[in-house]
Design a binder for this molecule. Structure first.
Ligand SMILES: [Zn+2]
Length: 228
């Protein structure tokens, strides 16, 4: 799922940024390879070494390095509307078994904004485990993509209360990595008393921006629903 390259005939800034970055990286690789060839020549066949070419390549590399730094792709950031997040909590914690919920939304530049909650049917649910029904999941993703939207988040409930109940398991992290390989994804876990922890890997909690009321920010990527 990529940004549309053209929007009413206009190329978006993110596309220009990433195109320039990729181009500069390729040029840098060629220039660096040629420079190492020249260094070898200077040692082995000094009469074939061209100092002017080496100087020109050094100049190019300075310029390319500046371009690369200036156009490094921006990391995806996440923003969430508290309304669908509250819906997600009520659905995920509606009984004492784990449950999965998708958050769908739009992309504004490098920010993914979650605007909609989509409950997921599960093929198996226990107190400590929930597995999505693959067909239902594929249909939900298809419905999201066909509207020009994105899957922004995948949330589920855990048994237990308190912030410590929302720590992702090894399986949660593996699931996240599988999804994140296809598109930037925000994973999240609810505790029964309303804690909601977002994660993108084992150690990093993303700085999620939450809009609207009903949730209190506890720490970076950790919130508590006030009406649990
Ligand atoms: Zn889990």
């Amino acid at each position: 799922m990529q940004h549309s390259e053209h929007n009413n005939g206009r190329v978006d800034t993110a596309t220009i940024r990433s195109g320039t970055y990729t181009w500069a990286k390729q040029c840098k690789r060629s220039a660096s390879n040629r420079l190492s060839e020249l260094r070898t020549l200077r040692t082995r066949e000094p009469d074939k070494f061209d100092p002017l070419e080496a100087e020109r390549l050094h100049g190019q590399l300075d310029l390319l390095n500046a371009l690369i730094v200036a156009h490094e792709p921006l990391q995806t950031e996440f923003a969430i509307d508290s309304w669908p997040l509250a819906e997600a909590f009520h659905y995920a914690c509606r009984d004492d078994r784990e449950q999965l919920v998708l958050l769908a939304g739009i992309s504004i530049g490098h920010v993914r904004v979650a605007t909609t909650c989509l409950p997921l049917a599960c093929r198996e649910r226990t107190a400590t485990y929930a597995a999505a029904d693959k067909r239902e999941l594929a249909q939900s993703v298809q419905a999201i993509v066909s509207q020009g939207h994105f899957v922004v988040g995948l949330l589920h409930s855990h048994p237990g209360v308190g912030a410590e109940a929302t720590v992702p398991s090894y399986e949660d992290l593996a699931t996240h990595r599988t999804w994140d390989a296809c598109c930037p994804l925000l994973s999240g876990i609810f505790s029964r008393d309303g804690y909601c922890r977002f994660f993108v890997d084992a150690t990093k909690q993303p700085d999620v921006r939450l809009f609207g009321t009903g949730f209190k920010k506890i720490a970076s990527g950790l919130f508590r629903y006030q009406h649990a």
